[in-house]
Ligand binder design. Structure first.
Ligand SMILES: NC(=O)CCC(=O)C(=O)O
Length: 266
């Protein structure tokens, strides 16, 4: 049976209430288009003026306006909502955990993944060092959805194929992201398609896509890719929704005609 999924693209700001209002509007749009599973982007709840701004709005696990919003919306719309990333409080008062929380159609907590690989990049005027404000995760995140297993990853994780191999066979990889314009232009699509091709599964990537109030420009290009590596739908820039179908029969066909997953030797 085919299932519709959706990726939300945002241009998040420093205002959590504004970002919640935008996410609310776009997730409702995705659900009205028939999406059973909706993915928000990395940093959807806050893209601060300074990296440390997210520490001030970090929530303890299980309480706070960001988590209340996600749980309530998943239940109201009857969808699986994969909450991109939100800042969770960590044991270090100066840092957060950059976390994906999953809510079931009943609005219950159904999964968690803390971003493992923290982005670092320095070129010309551009410089990023997530380890200054984020504590890295340690555990894989795999959840059971109606169409099979879903492997969770976040943004810079995309560059580490061993993470995806360690998940075991999954039907769908989700990747909330905030790729930079510079690195996205060069690497985003090719890396996403490689993960889909080598793991013979669907890849759903929800991105930040535009110029943010903090002066950061993100690449966008939220997309759904099928197990053959074909881009099924994409949104280049700006806020919006990307939808497409997960077709387990198509995935099985790819795995049978090209049994590369069975031919692994290590
Ligand atoms: N937030 C991130 O992890 C950004 C990753 C990125 O832009 C990259 O090129 O990798």
């Amino acid at each position: 049976m085919r299932h519709t999924v959706a990726a939300i693209q945002m241009i998040s700001s420093p205002s959590v209430p504004d970002n919640i209002a935008t996410a609310d509007r776009l997730v409702r749009h995705a659900a009205a288009a028939g999406a059973l599973l909706v993915l928000l982007p990395e940093y959807w709840a806050i893209m601060g003026i300074n990296d440390a701004d997210k520490v001030a709005v970090a929530e303890p696990l299980g309480q706070g306006p960001i988590q209340d919003f996600m749980a309530g919306l998943a239940k109201e719309l009857g969808i699986w909502l994969i909450g991109g990333t939100l800042p969770l409080a960590s044991s270090d008062p100066l840092k957060v955990v950059n976390t994906t929380l999953v809510y079931s159609p009943q609005g219950e907590s159904a999964g968690r993944y803390d971003k493992i690989h923290l982005f670092g990049f320095s070129q010309g005027n551009e410089s990023y060092n997530e380890s200054k404000t984020i504590v890295p995760g340690k555990n894989l995140g795999v959840l059971d959805a109606p169409f099979g297993k879903v492997g969770m990853s976040v943004c810079y994780d995309l560059r580490f194929p061993e993470l995806f191999r360690a998940m075991g066979p999954v039907s769908l990889i989700v990747l909330p992201a905030a790729f930079t314009y510079t690195t996205g232009q060069a690497h985003w699509e090719i890396l996403l398609r490689a993960r889909a091709i080598e793991n013979q599964c669907y890849v759903l990537a929800a991105a930040q896509g535009g110029m943010h109030p903090n002066g950061r420009r993100t690449w966008g290009h939220s997309m759904l890719i099928d197990p053959w590596g074909t881009v099924k739908s994409v949104l280049a820039e700006g806020e919006g929704v990307v939808t497409g179908e997960i077709d387990p029969a198509f995935m099985e066909g790819v795995r049978q005609s090209l049994p590369a997953l069975k031919h692994r030797t290590m």
